[in-house]
Design a binder for this molecule. Structure first.
Ligand code: HEM
Length: 415
């Protein structure tokens, strides 16, 4: 009896091989099962949306809610500890009209101008971190560079006093190291952070009565829209989500970005030459391309169907979670020419790395500033930077939600 060869079986999405290179599996899904139901390692059943056109549409579809109350099997998603710490009312968990009100208020404080004024401080932090290992000739760029830079930057921007920033570093370290692991430790760190932020906000509110202050937390307290203000709880949840959303993402932007530059010597040489000539154009398009090619957010884009709907021809029942797989959409050959090629000068690069629609990344200007400063300074100060490990040996943090390396050992000529 002859058998007709069918398509190859669906790839296993949760193996170690998949974590180190998910792109072949995503190509398979885009072609054979573009909207694919799977069981996540947490046990939650969810739909994965992998084609660019479907992904973009789903991100802007208001029938898909960000609020976990719409999940028919609640309890397992979200940031560990946020529920018990009373941090649920933040931008990434709510829909209009609440989302519209909170986003308008935070946008008054977290402005592109505030970020632009922060440029010299990000440069100073970047240089200080490089100073700490430049004489050694080797470093782990995740622990010594990509990890501390965003946490110190956001602490500074928020107005967390310098003497408390190392506590933040420890709490954030617990979250990033154990995000997919022992939830108890993460939950404790979230609670500590929340307690600290609530107290800081309270102190700043009192302080503001006596003197002006120009940090972001003071800005959040002062922001008003048609006479409305954020409550202290809302301000605490907002500060928390700025930290949470802006931390691991930026670690991965820097980590994945440096890693891919080291694996693409021609593109890296092109960028180094352009930086040496004092140009910034290739740096700007290059960071966008790195976000498209190997972005930090693999599928941390939870949504829940508030009613039955169809995505890419697939019926999704009400109450089901939907994850838009940005990493798959951004390699879709229907949208990007030569999607598996890293081209730092790529034009027409409307990638989904920062999302799309009303939840489009609020911190994109800060992320761009940190990413561009980090990469340009590393390549300029450590011109012969090279990988000190076999790429096949490098470990990626599993979990699918975010994509990032655990370590990035490098060598360079000490100076
Ligand atoms: C939202 C990516 C850095 C704050 C998002 C979303 C994505 C994203 C994909 C949309 C999620 C969704 O639709 O479900 C990134 C990437 C970053 C980055 C790739 C770094 C390279 C930052 C930074 C901050 C930040 C530095 C703040 C300091 C936020 C906030 C939201 C958000 C508050 C929620 C916006 C809303 O719901 O209205 N980000 N992000 N992000 N991001 Fe970022």
């Amino acid at each position: 009896m002859s058998t007709t060869p069918g398509p190859a079986p669906a790839p296993d999405l949760f193996t170690w091989e998949f974590a180190s290179d998910p792109y072949p599996a995503y190509a398979w899904l885009r072609e054979h099962a573009p909207v694919h139901r799977t069981t996540l390692p947490s046990g939650v059943e969810a739909w994965l949306v992998t084609r660019y056109a479907d992904a973009r549409q789903a991100l802007a579809d208001q029938r898909l809610s960000k609020n976990p109350v719409h999940h028919v099997e609640p309890g397992k998603t979200g940031i560990p500890g946020e529920r018990s710490a009373g941090l649920m009312t933040h931008l990434l968990n709510i829909d209009p009209p609440d989302h519209t009100r909170l986003r308008r208020l935070v946008s008054k404080a977290f402005t592109p101008r505030r970020v632009a004024e922060f440029t010299p401080r990000v440069q100073e932090l970047t240089d200080r971190l490089i100073d700490s290992f430049v004489e050694r000739g080797s470093a782990d760029l995740i622990h010594e560079f990509a990890f501390p830079l965003p946490i110190y930057a956001i602490c500074d921007l928020l107005g967390v006093p310098a003497e408390d920033q190392d506590d933040f570093r420890d709490w954030a370290g617990m979250m990033i190291r154990h995000g997919g692991g022992p939830r108890g430790g993460v939950a404790r760190s979230v609670k500590k952070m929340r307690g600290y932020l609530a107290e800081l906000i309270h102190r700043k509110r009192e302080g503001l009565r006596q003197e002006g202050a120009d940090d972001l937390i003071s800005g959040l307290i002062k922001a008003s829209d048609h006479g409305e203000h954020l409550t202290e709880n809302e301000a605490a949840a907002m500060a928390f989500i700025l930290l949470f959303a802006g931390f691991e993402t930026t670690v991965n932007l820097i980590g994945n970005g440096v890693y891919q530059l080291l694996r693409h010597p021609e593109e890296r040489a092109r960028l180094q030459a352009s930086l040496a000539a004092g140009e910034t154009g290739l740096l700007e398009t290059g960071v966008e391309e790195l976000l498209r090619y190997d972005g930090p957010v693999e599928m941390a884009t939870w949504r829940y169907a508030t009613r039955a709907l169809t995505i890419g021809g697939q019926e999704i029942p009400a109450g089901d979670p939907v994850l838009v797989v940005l990493a798959a959409a951004d390699r879709d050959p229907e949208r990007f020419e030569g999607p598996d090629t890293l081209d730092l000068a790529r034009r027409d690069n409307q990638h989904l790395g920062y999302g799309h629609g009303i939840h489009y990344c609020l911190g994109a200007p800060l992320a761009r500033l940190e990413g561009q400063t980090a990469l340009a300074t590393l390549l300029t100060r450590l011109p012969d930077l090279r990988l000190a490990a076999d790429p096949a040996e490098l470990r990626w943090r599993g979990g699918l939600i975010m994509r990032g390396l655990r370590t990035l050992p490098v060598e360079f000529s000490p100076s």
